[in-house]
Ligand binder design. Sequence first.
Ligand code: URA
Length: 229
Amino acid sequence: MRLDKFITYAGLSRSEAAAAIKAGRVAIDSIIAKNPAEKVSNSALVMLDGAVVDGSEFVYLLMNKPAGYVCEANRPDSVFTLLPKIYAKRKLSVCGRLDKDTEGMLLISDDGDFVHRIISPAKHLPKVYFVRLQYAVTESDIRGFESGLEIDGGDICRPAKIQTTVVPEEAFVTISEGMYHQIKRMFLAVKNEVLYLSRVRTGSLSLPADLPRGETIRLTPEETARIFH
Ligand code: URA
């Protein structure tokens, strides 16, 4: 790949990249590179202003979102403030927002097709949430969720599955869409209330149990593919 193209992955336009190279701000394997057309090998370490440039076209990130952060950008309490600085220049989007008080699996990427495949209502990708409720789950709740619940505002949900646990007030809920506050509204529709909510799985990829809250990992191509299988 040409050096000026490589530098665009740091968030610069092609002409800004060429100017940065000519100004001596770019090094390949610790040697200042002055030619924007120079070819960069796959094993080269490229730095701009002393910071390593990640030459991947797209990144696929998984954050264990803590409560207290919103999914909108440009706010002091944004989840984007929790990301490692190396991703700061990328045009990242969250794949399916979580509420401020919801925790768990947040996928973030700059690959528009990938984001679309996750959030598109037509794809019906299953998402699993762990819920702690005010009251115990009932058989009637399970049947209601399975048959397609009507929630406030008249929206009809696609069939959803409740998997109970040994704790009567705790369960796993699988939905295959992502309406605004959907899980909370579904439980309100059966006269219950969500006290705690965490997304634990998207498609076939689970939130790693050892990923601390607030931390982000980069998904491997295998993990990224697993989401859709
Ligand atoms: N459903 C909700 O109610 N909130 C979320 O954050 C995600 C799903």
